[in-house]
Design a protein around this ligand. Sequence first.
Ligand SMILES: *[C@@H]1O[C@H](CO)[C@@H](O)[C@H](O)[C@H]1NC(C)=O
Ligand SMILES: [Zn+2]
Length: 389
Amino acid sequence: MQLAIALLSLVSFLSFGLAYHDVSDETLKKLPGPGGDFDIKTGSILAPILVSRVSGTEGNSAVRQHFVDFFKSQLPEWRIELHNSTSTTPVSGGKEVPFVNIIATRDPPGSLPGDVSRLALVAHYDSKLTPKGFIGAIDSAAPCAMILHVARSIDAALTKKWAAASEDDFEVEHKGVQILLLDGEEAFKSWTDADSLYGARALAGDWEATFHAAASIYRTPLDSIDLFLLLDLLGSAGPRVPSYFKTTHWAYQHMATAEDRLRKLGLMKSSPNHAAKMEKRKNKKPRAEPHFLPEGSKKNEAFTGGFVQDDHVPFMARGVEILHIIPTPFPNVWHEITDDGEHLDMDTVEDWTKLVMAFTAEWMELEGFFDFKAEKRKAETEKSEFEIP
Ligand SMILES: *[C@@H]1O[C@H](CO)[C@@H](O)[C@H](O)[C@H]1NC(C)=O
Ligand SMILES: [Zn+2]
């Protein structure tokens, strides 16, 4: 994304009457962490993403295959589509470079695609061409890993919720989750409208012209996106994410409230007051509790219209509601060779994952549908199957 802040007059659209239900403290306490799967060397989710994955290269297609394999093996109920486009770039010497977005969708069983409104969890998976050997751990390997773990952690609860829904339960039958792992976010040379957001621009343009069946509730796949939740530059310590958009401030507030509750329950590992840190501290006085999302009580007048250029731009221009979770200021490692696995703050990565999971569970109204004991048993069985004695 681009550092420069741009101004845009926002066209606001009426959004559908939304339900959002807090999950209980008990559920928050039991939300599963990623365990070893986020290990930067051996983790089954994160490690394969921590490679150079410039659009159009083999590294890029290997990471894409990793995502596709993850869904096929662990989340078979999700519909996977690849969205392809090509474009020349300022460094391609006139050649067309392929850009491949991954779209994974989980809709209620038996629903027609045009009748489902979806929470979209979005991150880009390509990495920047320069500096040579750049990994992009916060940009955006870690956000991709967060999204995969969230999907895996809510999947069984979605199944259960939908199985329990009655025929006339409109909200339940018409609310789904979609994951967009976008390609070609980074500029090849330097950020311009033409040299950036290759995958996002192609997808938003194509979806604008893709019409659902005539009697559908939502006209196009863009109209079906209830909220475009974009994660970027997450995984460095001490992030501060402002509320960028007035029209989705209510969603920001829900996430900020979830953060507050996780902190009060002592569940945020990166907190200076987390039990593991208090043990080691001689002076046991609590420190000021930091907040990833400090603008929950931002007033209407305080929205200046400033935002960060990122994958949401072509969607926002077409009326999609955006919640952009990206720190301002950007972390120090941003677009530096030091943005690698070793420089991730793993406590912060886990905390973001938990927060996004809590938000998704509340958005999808999953309270009462988690069965953590069964999931743990399943994970242990799977683990023991692959463990070499
Ligand atoms: C899109 O591109 C991928 C990867 O290059 C390829 O495997 C797939 O067949 C393409 N899909 C379509 C619909 O062209
Ligand atoms: Zn970047």
